[in-house]
Ligand binder design. Structure first.
Ligand SMILES: [Zn+2]
Length: 476
């Protein structure tokens, strides 16, 4: 097996479906994304195994190697003590130097406390301790925290109202000194910028450029690659996801963002190459995406979009007339019932009929009992539903949309289904001694975490099942 590594960098491009690469490859430089995908060992049929392909479970799947049935975060939102909450909310851990954001602590305070298994960084921290450094950075807190887990030396994301990079008290008492100056410059830059209609910081090029500069700076300041044991850096480009939702893949604004990501990745690779020891760089994504269902429908391709407010209203009415309770959370056709009283099993069966009547034409609708007792249609692609269902945290009822259906018509394009357009992502390894090789075998991205810990010769994350990526763990 590979002799010891000085630095591992995991780069995630949020909502990067494999085909986007081929579509825009000719417009990319040779020193960034193309280097990783053409000059490394690349799995061309890598898939997420989460049922709901979303940011929170997607990043957590990469870092834990676990399914949502174990790590506990199946959706971007969840239901806790009768209320809808954000997947990583933690009112006990406020953001640092972000007073405006902290006003609504229950929504904004964040940590990894809802992630129920360990991550690669957690294992590195507990097994290497001070002998290595672990860092995670993204503009989105759910990306950064999802990759980092419970214990990392530096976990950063962007506080929009405060216009600066932040962390939460879950990770540190204060931000590192070098970041204060960076944040001062950040605020000055941001105050000068102008955005056109539909544009905002998080869906445009400046947020990519800032992230690239911050990551390179963090690599220098934290001296990544120079500690006695392997250092780990996780970076997620979440601007890609916002641009995809707001503009769609065919939009010029989206292409500009993609090219900016390529430039930032070139800079990160250039900095990584300065490391004296061996390096390994991974490129992947937290989920793919569908394409604009409205456009598809115009072309006569089976597809559709659901108007979320009217769906919720119809569902609420049915719940009321059937005395089921209230609609607590409706997300990606998953329903949590609020104030469910009486026979829960019977109420869930009634709720199933309500969802069938009030929603879009579903492929199938199931209750919690039907999923947990495996009373499901016996089709292989539906297996990910059970592996994504946490017995106590899972929803009461779930409707499975038909392919190319989107549960939220406010998004140009979306991702939330188990279908291959939402699960198919790049998975590439590039670095010292890694050969250029293309592998067409279907693999699960949950193999990444145990593959990394095996390269480090340490215990794997607590919920990681494997299998290992043989071509990578066997590298000399
Ligand atoms: Zn998204």
């Amino acid at each position: 097996m590979m002799s010891s590594l000085a630095l591992i960098v995991v780069i995630v491009i949020d909502q990067f479906h494999m085909d986007t690469y081929w579509k825009y490859k000719s417009q990319l430089s040779q020193s960034g994304i193309v280097t990783l995908l053409e000059h490394g060992t690349t799995y061309l049929d890598a898939h997420h195994t989460q049922f709901f392909n979303q940011t929170c479970p997607g990043h957590i799947g990469l870092s834990t190697g676990a399914e949502p049935s174990l790590h506990g975060v199946a959706l971007n939102k969840t239901f806790d003590y009768g209320q809808e909450v954000y997947c990583l909310s933690d009112d006990k851990n406020a953001w640092l130097h972000a007073p405006e954001e902290n006003k609504n602590l229950f929504a904004i305070g964040t940590s990894a406390r809802r992630i129920l298994t360990s991550t690669v960084n957690d294992e590195v921290e507990s097994q290497f301790g001070e002998r290595s450094k672990t860092v995670s950075i993204s503009i989105k807190d759910r990306s950064s925290i999802g990759m980092a887990g419970h214990r990392s030396d530096l976990v950063l994301w962007y506080a929009h109202k405060a216009q600066q990079w932040t962390s939460s008290t879950a990770y540190a008492k204060d931000l590192p000194l070098w970041l204060n100056k960076f944040n001062e410059d950040q605020r000055k830059l941001e105050q000068k910028r102008k955005y056109e209609a539909e544009e905002k910081y998080q869906n445009t090029v400046p947020s990519v450029d800032d992230l690239g500069r911050l990551v390179v700076r963090a690599m220098q300041e934290e001296k990544l690659g120079s500690h006695p044991k392997t250092d780990l850096l996780w970076v997620s480009f979440s601007t890609h996801d916002y641009a995809g939702h707001d503009f769609g893949d065919d939009n010029e604004k989206f292409v500009k963002v993609f090219k900016a990501e390529d430039r930032a990745i070139s800079q990160i690779l250039a900095q990584a190459k300065k490391t004296k020891g061996r390096i390994l760089v991974v490129l992947s994504s937290d989920h793919g995406a569908g394409i604009d269902a409205a456009e598809l429908s115009k072309k006569g391709i089976p597809s559709g979009k659901v108007n979320k407010p009217s769906h919720r209203e119809a569902l609420s009415k049915c719940f009321k007339s059937e005395a089921i309770g209230e609609v607590g959370l409706l997300q990606s056709s998953s329903v949590y019932i609020k104030n469910l009283k009486g026979d829960a099993v019977a109420k869930r069966l009634k709720a199933k009929e309500c969802l069938k009547k009030s929603g879009p034409p579903y492929w199938h609708v199931m209750t919690k009992e039907e999923v947990l007792e495996n009373r499901l249609p016996q089709v292989p692609w539906l297996q990910n539903l059970a592996t994504s269902w946490h017995p106590t945290l899972g929803p009461d009822v779930i409707g499975v949309l038909h392919p190319y259906w989107n549960s939220d018509d406010e998004e140009v394009q979306n991702h939330e289904t188990p279908y291959s357009y939402d699960s198919w992502v790049p998975l590439s390894f590039w670095g010292t001694g890694v050969p250029a090789k293309k592998i067409y075998r279907k693999v699960a991205v949950t193999s990444l975490a145990p593959t990394l810990t095996t390269l480090l010769k340490i215990r794997r994350p607590s919920g990681a099942q494997g299998p290992l990526l043989e071509e990578i763990v066997s590298l000399k």
